[in-house]
Structure formats: C-alpha cells, structure tokens
Design a binder for this molecule. Sequence first.
Ligand SMILES: Cc1cc2nc3c(=O)[nH]c(=O)nc-3n(C[C@H](O)[C@H](O)[C@H](O)COP(=O)(O)OP(=O)(O)OC[C@H]3O[C@@H](n4cnc5c(N)ncnc54)[C@H](O)[C@@H]3O)c2cc1C
Length: 507
Amino acid sequence: MSRRIVIVGNGPAGHRLAELLSARAPDADVTIVGEESVPAYNRVLLPSVLAGRLATQATYLARHPEGSVRVLTGVRVVSVDRHRREVRTGEGMTLAYDDLVLATGAACFLPPLQGLVEEDGRTSKGVVALRTLADCRLVEDQLPVQGRIAVLGGGVLGLEVARALTERGYGVDVVHGGAHAMDRQLGPAAGALLATALDGLHVRVLAGRTATAWTGDRLVLNDGSSVSAGLLIVCAGVVPETSLARDAGLRVQRGVVVDEYLRTSDPHIHALGDCAEVHGEVSGLIAPAWEQAEVLAGALTGERRAYAGTRTITRLKVRGVDLAVIGAGESEVAGAETVVLTDPARGQYARLSVLETRVVGAVLLGLPDSVAQVSRLYDSEDAAPNDRLALLMGWAVPGPAQDPGSLAGQTVICRCSNVTKNDLTTAWLRGARAESDLARATRATTGCGGCRGSVQEICRWLRAKHDQPDADAASSDEEREPPVDRVPPPPVRRNDHRDPVPELLAP
Ligand SMILES: Cc1cc2nc3c(=O)[nH]c(=O)nc-3n(C[C@H](O)[C@H](O)[C@H](O)COP(=O)(O)OP(=O)(O)OC[C@H]3O[C@@H](n4cnc5c(N)ncnc54)[C@H](O)[C@@H]3O)c2cc1C
C-alpha cells in the first residue's frame, strides 16, 4: 500500500508541500484538506485584490497535476486520533495517515476592545478582521458609500490595507499603539519619514494611541478622542492556529513546537508555516513557509536537510512608498559596521549593516535603485563593495551577484509568489516574452512589485542569450492588451473625508 500523507490546511505552505510531494513521491497517496471553500491562493496578494488591481482568480496557486493530489476544499479537520493515526472532519469523514502534516496557519488577533465582537464571537457589523479572500469580499460588501475607514494596527499589513483603500478613493485612519507605524521594524528617523510619506497618500497614522471601543460608526481611543469610520478593518497581528495540535496532546507553545526537521513531539506528525514554532520562533511570513515546505518535502522523501531559518526581506507593498527591511533591518548586529544616511527633504533613509564584508541588515526608504542590489548581496552573501554610499544610492558597479546569467536557477526572484529564475526562464521559453506575459504566467511582480527590475533584467538577459528582438520595445506593456488577470479600475466612491483628495473623487 502506498504511503498515506494527509496535510491539514490548504494555504500556501500546505499547497506547496503537496506540489513538491506530487513531484518527488509520485507513489505517495497525498490528501490535502482545507477549510476554505476556494482553491489554494496566495494571501500576500490580498491587498492588491482590495485595491482592485488584481482579480480573485489571479491569487490562485497552480493546480496540482490531474490525479496527483486529492484536494478536499470547504472541509475542516476537527480532531486527530494519534493512536489510530486518523483525522476526523466536521462532516464525520475519517482519513487514515502514515504521516500527518499540520499546515493550519494563523488567525487574526482580535484586541480586547468593547464592541468589536458579538456574543457569539463573530466580529460586529462594520468590522472585518482581514485574513482570507472571504474577508476581502466582506470588506467589499461593507465599503461605505462615503466617509472614512479606520484600520486597527499600523504594521506592514495594516499599512498595505490602508493604502489599498486610499487607492479606492477613501481617506483612512490607522490607529497604532506603537510610537510610529512599523515600529517593530523601523527606528524613529525612518518612522517619521514613513509617516510623512503616508500622509501624502491620505493614510493618517494615529500612533501612540490604542482603541478602547467600537460604536458602529466611531472608533474611540484611549486619549478620549475618536475617529469616525464607516468600516473598521482589524490588522492587529495573528495567532497561530494550534487547536488541533493542542487537543491531540502535541507540544504547543506559541505555535506547534517542531524540531529542525519540522517534526512535532509525535514523530508521525509534522507542522510548517504560520502554525509552526521552529527554533522558538513563529514566523508569520510567506518565505519561511515556502522554504519549510522544501525542507519537509525532503524529510518525507528520505532527504535529511535541517531547516536553519530563512533570510527574510520585507517589502512594504504600498504604492508610492518604497520601503524594504532586509535581514536584521535596524537591529544592532554585534561587530557590524553601520552606515546611516538620512535625507528628510527627499524622504530618503538608509541604514546598512555590514559584518566582515557581508550585508547582514538594511532599511531602505525612498531608495528603490539600491533595493535589488542590497537584497541580492544579502541573499548571495557576496562581499559588499567598499563604496557603501554608492551601493545605497544604487550606483554600485554591478558585480556577479547582479548578473542574471550567474544566478543559480533556483534563486528566488519574486519572494511574494516564490518564483525562481528557472520558473521565469521556462515561462519565457514557452513564449512569455514581455514583463506582463511573465507576470501572467508566473505571478512574479504581482505582489510588492519589488522584483520588477530583476524580472526585466532576466528578460533582457534571455533575449540577448537567445538573440531575440526586444519584446517590450517592440510593443511596450502599456500598449499591449492588459493581462487577463487584472481587473478594470474599481468604481471610485464619493468621499467626505476631511482632507479631500480631488483627483480621487468621482466627477
Ligand atoms: C492580507 C495579508 C497579506 C500578507 N502579506 C504578506 C507579505 O507581503 N509578505 C509575507 O511574507 N507574508 C505576508 N502575509 C502572511 C502570509 O500570507 C502567511 O505567512 C502565509 O499565508 C502562511 O501560510 P500557511 O499556509 O502557513 O498559513 P495560512 O495561509 O494561514 O493557511 C492555512 C490554511 O489552513 C486552513 N485550516 C486551518 N485549520 C484547519 C482545519 N482544522 N482543517 C482544515 N483547514 C484548516 C485555513 O483555513 C487556511 O486556509 C500576509 C497575510 C495576509 C493575511
């Protein structure tokens, strides 16, 4: 009998694992069970859906080859019987396993404020805690005809959601308890410049204040003030979804505790992604989920590679603000040389930490030209050029790390959608010759857009290599038909926020 692998959770982590297993262990009997009724999709792209820039279907992850993986959508696993090695679903179905994988992700954290949730635990009318495509539909259904919108939480997600809504013509107030937006990643200087940039985009950050109550049309703050809002969106952090593991008696702390091979305290059960706690940390980011899927696919097919952590780069997906936090970001790294550059007049800030010639951390605000170079140096661990200033200004002479030809095929170019150089090359060879074609074929560039320059470089390199005319020059992306997965601009709604945005108002 073939080995039965059951994956609980059809999010990016579970989906990627199933995809890898179907390729590497074609004889295994793989079943993936997901509570959401839609196909697996990339949550990272939801702010683009909210902004009306991406259609729902464009977030869907690639389908598994016919017959390779049994996918059960709209089905919740309610218990695990470790003794019998079975899981039970809400509908009473049992699924036997040899190996069970928990990829149950995380749920939104709901801060304890009056009026936020009903007695049955559901969010009150006019409140959406944003995590799923269904939540995006809820936002869509409850968008006020006029008035401002409030967002609770000024972390990366809160700001992305706020900006998505200002793209729709709304004025947005972001209430954030920290000293400034993204205070977990940024120091005061970068925080102040970010606030100015956001203000210019009609995202007003009310920092250093917490919300105490939601009245249905007002958010009351702890300093006695309140903001009027037709809709409240909660982006106040996440809580790993560990209930199945806890009920089954597995070791759970903040997340489901796993070792470096992603094994829980039961050797037949593994966990990965947002629900897992590895090396004492719960990541909450997509790149570790993709990488853990690789490691676990290896572990389940006889390879013994340990998960050693993921090198993270966070790019704020806010149109009009270019911000990247690379590796250690602003945190002090013992023994590292640090270069800091601030130009408030131009809204630019850079902080670079280099340890023994290697980039170990950077924050780059308003410096898009340097992001690709610094990111690649961080990824490749190649020596940073001695002229640090040139690097920060994007003037550094391209080295091997910048030459697409010298990049390994498995190099991840688009971190939001986990697209490698090989994926882009394959798509190009199959006829996707312009950036928009590559975006449609691979989803590269459709998240934060930070990989656009690299995708263009790879396109140019492939053209030169295959001696092809320049597809973009012959027919620029703007002149070509819009990609099918983009949607027409959303209707602009009339708005009465206090700082009118004339260009965003309906005529
Ligand atoms: C709007 C938004 C934007 C984001 N942007 C970024 C970004 O720019 N960069 C970044 O790095 N990260 C981002 N993230 C975080 C990123 O999406 C997550 O890290 C990633 O989705 C984790 O994948 P996962 O598969 O572990 O968990 P999830 O995506 O949470 O998927 C888990 C799935 O398991 C299902 N499930 C749970 N319990 C059960 C059960 N008992 N039975 C059946 N199914 C179950 C859930 O319904 C869910 O579908 C964003 C998240 C959101 C919500």
